[in-house]
Design a protein around this ligand. Structure first.
Ligand code: PMP
Length: 359
C-alpha cells in the first residue's frame, strides 16, 4: 500500500505503532488467549488495562490527586447535558463563551436545564477569533463558566486558559493532550476520544472531587458523574476496546516525550501549514485571526472555489485523505492531531504548492 496521510477531523488518525500493537495483540492479549473485546470488564486482565490507562493519562497531564478521571460513553454530547444537570440547578445562572459551532451546541443543550448567559460571542467577526476575556459580560453568581478550548470546525483555539474564580468547565474534545495544561485551573474537563485520544465510543472527563455529588434530583443515573466516580468507571459495561486502545495511545505519548514534546511537534506542523497558506499569494486563505489559529484543525479555502473538486481529487491521488471542510462551512480542513507526523504535513504542503503552481 502506498503511504497515506489522513487529515480527518474525527474519528481521526491513530499512531501507526499503536495500530500495529493492536494487530499483534488482537487474538491473544499478553498470553491471556483472548482478544480484549472478549474479556470481562471485571476480570483481572481488563482491570489491569483500565488501571494502566488511567495511571498513564494522569502522568501525561500531571492530574492532581483531588481530581477523578472518568471513562464515559455518549461523547461530548452527553456532557453538554451532564454539565448543567450536575453543576447547576434549574434556577442557576451559567456562563458560556460562544466561539463557534460546538460552543453553540453546548449552549443550546444547557438552556434546557439552566439559565444561560452568553458572556461573549465571536459571531460579529464571522467566528474567526476568541473575544478578549476582559470584555466578557460575566454574571455575578454563575454556577460555572463553560468554554470550548478548540473549535474543531472553525479552527479557533484559545491560546491560554481563561482566568476565572468560579468552576471552569471545558469541552476539550479536539485539543486535549496537544499542549501542557494546569489541571488545577479547571473544575471539569471533558473530551470525546475520537480525535486525540483513541477510538470513538469513549469520552474522558476530569472532574474536581468537590464538584461531585451535586447532580439535581431526577438526573438519570448514567448522567451523574458521581455514579461513575464511585464505580471507578465500571458502573456499567464500559467501552472496553476503546479504553484499551486509548491506553496504548497514552503509552505511545509517554514513549515519545510526553505532552511537552507533542506541543513542540504540533507547533512546528501548524506553522508549516499556515505559512504555506499565507505565502500562497492569495491562492489559499485561512480566515482565522492569527493569535487564535488552531494547532489541531486548519481550515482553509481556495480563492477560486471552482478548483475545490480538482484539489480534493489531486490530494486523494497523492494519498492525502479527508481534507474536505465541514459541510456547514465548505472549503478545506486539515486536522493535524498528535498522531499526524510532520512528514504528513510536509506532503500536504508540497502538494498545495504544486497544485497552486499548476493553475
Ligand atoms: N465538541 C467538539 C469540540 C467536537 O469537535 C465534537 C465532535 N466533532 C463534539 C463536541 C461532539 O462530540 P461527540 O460526537 O463525541 O458527541
Amino acid at each position: 500500500m502506498t503511504q497515506v496521510y489522513n487529515f480527518s477531523s474525527g474519528p481521526a488518525v491513530l499512531p501507526r505503532d499503536v495500530l500495529l500493537t493492536v494487530q499483534a495483540e488482537m487474538t491473544d492479549w499478553h498470553g491471556s488467549g483472548m482478544c480484549v473485546m472478549e474479556m470481562s470488564h471485571r476480570g483481572k486482565e481488563f482491570t489491569q488495562i483500565i488501571h494502566e490507562a488511567e495511571t498513564d493519562f494522569r502522568k501525561l497531564l500531571n492530574i492532581p490527586a483531588n481530581y477523578k478521571v472518568l471513562f464515559l460513553q455518549g461523547g461530548a454530547h452527553f456532557n453538554f447535558g451532564m454539565v448543567p444537570l450536575n453543576l447547576a440547578t434549574e434556577s442557576s445562572v451559567v456562563d458560556y463563551v460562544d466561539t463557534g459551532h460546538w460552543s453553540r451546541i453546548a449552549i443550546k443543550e444547557a438552556r434546557r436545564y439552566a439559565k444561560v448567559n452568553v458572556v461573549a460571542s465571536n459571531e460579529d467577526r464571522n467566528g474567526t477569533y476568541v473575544p478578549d476575556v476582559a470584555s466578557w459580560k460575566r454574571s455575578d453568581n454563575a454556577a460555572y463558566l463553560h468554554y470550548c478550548s478548540n473549535e474543531t470546525i472553525g479552527g479557533v483555539e484559545f491560546p491560554s486558559t481563561p482566568e476565572v474564580d468560579i468552576p471552569l468547565v471545558c469541552d476539550m474534545s479536539s485539543n486535549i493532550l496537544s499542549r501542557p495544561l494546569d489541571i488545577s485551573r479547571y473544575g471539569l474537563i471533558y473530551a470525546g476520544a475520537q480525535k486525540n485520544i483513541g477510538p470513538s465510543g469513549m469520552t474522558l472527563a476530569i472532574i474536581r472531587e468537590d464538584l461531585l455529588g451535586k447532580a439535581r434530583v431526577g438526573t438519570p443515573t448514567m448522567l451523574d458523574y458521581q455514579v461513575h466516580a464511585d464505580a471507578d468507571s465500571l458502573y456499567n459495561t464500559p467501552p472496553t476496546f476503546a479504553i484499551y486502545v486509548a491506553g496504548l495511545v497514552f503509552k505511545w505519548l509517554l514513549a515519545n516525550g510526553g505532552i511537552g514534546a507533542m506541543e513542540a511537534r504540533n507547533i512546528e506542523k501548524a506553522a508549516l501549514l499556515y505559512e504555506t497558506i499565507d505565502n500562497s499569494n492569495g491562492f489559499y486563505n485561512c480566515p482565522v485571526e492569527r493569535p487564535f489559529r488552531s494547532r489541531m484543525n486548519v481550515p482553509f479555502r481556495l480563492v477560486d472555489e471552482a478548483l475545490d473538486d480538482a484539489f480534493l481529487e489531486g490530494a486523494q491521488a497523492h494519498g492525502l485523505l479527508q481534507l474536505k471542510g465541514h459541510r456547514s462551512v465548505g472549503g478545506m480542513r486539515a486536522s493535524i492531531y498528535n498522531a499526524m507526523p510532520l512528514e504528513g504535513v510536509r506532503a500536504l504542503t508540497e502538494f498545495m504548492r504544486d497544485f497552486a503552481r499548476s493553475k
